[in-house]
Each structure stands twice: as structure tokens, then as C-alpha cells.
Write a protein that binds this ligand. Structure first.
Ligand SMILES: Cc1cc2nc3c(=O)[nH]c(=O)nc-3n(C[C@H](O)[C@H](O)[C@H](O)COP(=O)(O)O)c2cc1C
Length: 157
């Protein structure tokens, strides 16, 4: 599957349980796809036991930022395993908070989606989270996508 070139997204959600103000959590993903146009449904596949999987089991609202070529540092940051807190990782990234989901959305990304989970399907060691798109925005009107192919981030040219 490393030979299937993929776009890269940052999945985000707000963990209200984490401290008095809650914590924003992010996870880099390539297993993200559109499922249905009417109604608008998308899917992300989350490794069972990952922090995002645990969080989305409790919290149906989440965000997706489709990353651009210039945002590979963000992708690298939110793919690290065993990190303690995401608060510092978001500190120097321009974000807005989605009104529909409360999730952080990354400025300068190609598109942002806000989603509400409709269905969860456990499939092997991952869970497919199928969600309705409840809001869309296009922070950056142009720019190339960040892509991932054969274990490396790539430029599309
Ligand atoms: C390019 C790339 C794509 C990834 N895609 C996914 C994905 O689609 N689903 C997933 O569960 N993890 C994916 N990961 C791994 C997660 O980003 C990583 O496991 C997570 O951020 C670490 O948090 P955890 O310790 O809670 O697992 C990907 C990692 C990279 C580098």
C-alpha cells in the first residue's frame, strides 16, 4: 500500500475531559476518503488504541485539514508516537476553531472539513469512522497538496 500515493490530512478533535480548558488533539492520517456525496460522508481509519481513536469513541465532532505542500512539518509533528501533550505542538501553528465542531482547523491548508460521526466499524486493528460533513472551508485558494508515497512526503510535480 506504500505504492498508493496519498494526500495527507490532519484530523483534529477537542478533548473536553483533559483539564479545565480541555486539550486539542491532532493526528496525521492518509487513510481518509470520501464515501458518499448525498449525504456528504467521509471516512477515516484509526488504529485501535491510538489517542484519536479513544477520543472519537467518546466525542462525535471532529475536524480535517487537507494539508498543502508547505505543511509537511505539521504532518511530521502529529505523527509522533507516545507524545505527552498536543498543546505545545499547536502553539505556533495558525489555527481557527471550527464553529460546527469545536475542532481546530489549520490555516493555509487546502480545505477544512468539520464532521459528525455517524457510524463506527471495527475492521481488524483499525476502526473506520464514517462521518457526515457539516461544514467546509477553503483557507488557501491555491497551492499543491502534501502527498505521501513509499514512506516519504513528496512534491507533486
Ligand atoms: C504519513 C502518515 C500517515 C498516517 N496515517 C494514519 C492513518 O490513516 N490512520 C492512523 O490511525 N494512523 C496514521 N498514521 C500514524 C499516526 O499519525 C500516529 O500513530 C499517531 O499520530 C501517534 O499517536 P498514537 O501514539 O496515539 O498512535 C500515519 C502516520 C504518517 C506519518
Amino acid at each position: 500500500m506504500s505504492r498508493l500515493a496519498a494526500g495527507v490530512v490532519l484530523v483534529t478533535a477537542h478533548d473536553a475531559d483533559e483539564g479545565p480548558r480541555g486539550e486539542d488533539v491532532g493526528m496525521t492520517a492518509t487513510a481518509f476518503m470520501s464515501v458518499s456525496l448525498d449525504p456528504p460522508l467521509v471516512l477515516v481509519s484509526l488504529r485501535n488504541g491510538s489517542r484519536m481513536d479513544d477520543l472519537l469513541a467518546e466525542q462525535p465532532l471532529w475536524g480535517v485539514s487537507i494539508l498543502s505542500d508547505g505543511q509537511r512539518q505539521i504532518a511530521g509533528r502529529f505523527a509522533m508516537k507516545g507524545r505527552v501533550s498536543d498543546r505545545l505542538l499547536f502553539a505556533d501553528i495558525p489555527t481557527t476553531r471550527g464553529e460546527a465542531s469545536g475542532a481546530l482547523l489549520v490555516g493555509g491548508s487546502l480545505a477544512t472539513l468539520e464532521c459528525r460521526t455517524e457510524q463506527r466499524v471495527v475492521a481488524g486493528d483499525h476502526t473506520l469512522v464514517i462521518a457526515r460533513v457539516i461544514a467546509v472551508a477553503f483557507p488557501s485558494t491555491d497551492g499543491a497538496p502534501l502527498t505521501y508515497f513509499k514512506g516519504n512526503y513528496r512534491h507533486l510535480s
